[in-house]
Design a protein around this ligand. Structure first.
Ligand SMILES: [Zn+2]
Length: 171
């Protein structure tokens, strides 16, 4: 950090105050003697999404929720759970700390969350997202899901984000 008056970089912190949303510091420039205040805030930045064709798109929470709603149609899933799922996805993207990420990361996260939420919604989403375009690939996905439900240890390993879908989409 530089002194806003002389550009000097030798600064002394005189005092620090921590409030809920920011940390305020009173500083003194050791070059020119000016005193000034700095504020430090946590900023959550949602990365821009890079689509498969290379174009960029801003993260759109409403669009994400629409996709989840379709998958969850007529399932006993409370609206709050869908809201929470969208929040989980958004926070996950922010936690990556990058300016841009592949849009696949969003789908991978949604699908891993849906897997825990509701098996039918998961399969519906998987059909669209993993482009399961024939009955065999749909059945293979359902068989895998059933196998995981019968063997919890595998389910834990597979619930890591971006596991199964990345493999399927790389084909
Ligand atoms: Zn200065």
């Amino acid at each position: 950090m530089q002194c806003p008056y002389c550009g000097g970089e030798r600064l002394k912190v005189l005092d620090t105050a921590d409030s809920r949303e920011s940390i305020r510091r009173r500083r003194e420039c050791l070059t020119c003697g000016a005193r000034f205040t700095t504020y430090e805030r946590a900023v959550a930045v949602t990365p821009v999404l890079i689509k498969a064709d290379g174009t960029r798109e801003a993260f759109d929470r409403e669009k994400l929720k629409r996709g989840i709603w379709y998958a969850c149609a007529k399932r006993p899933i409370p609206a709050a759970a869908i809201e929470q799922l969208a929040t989980n996805v958004e926070r996950y993207l922010q936690s990556l700390g990058q300016a841009e990420v592949s849009s696949r990361i969003v789908g991978d996260k949604v699908i891993s969350e849906l897997k825990d939420l509701d098996p039918i919604a998961y399969v519906r989403y998987a059909i669209v997202y993993l482009k399961l375009d024939n009955l065999h690939s749909v059945r293979a996905e359902i068989d895998k899901l059933l196998a995981e439900q019968e063997s919890p240890s595998i389910a834990v390993v597979d619930s890591q984000p971006a596991d199964l879908p990345l493999v399927a989409l790389d084909q």
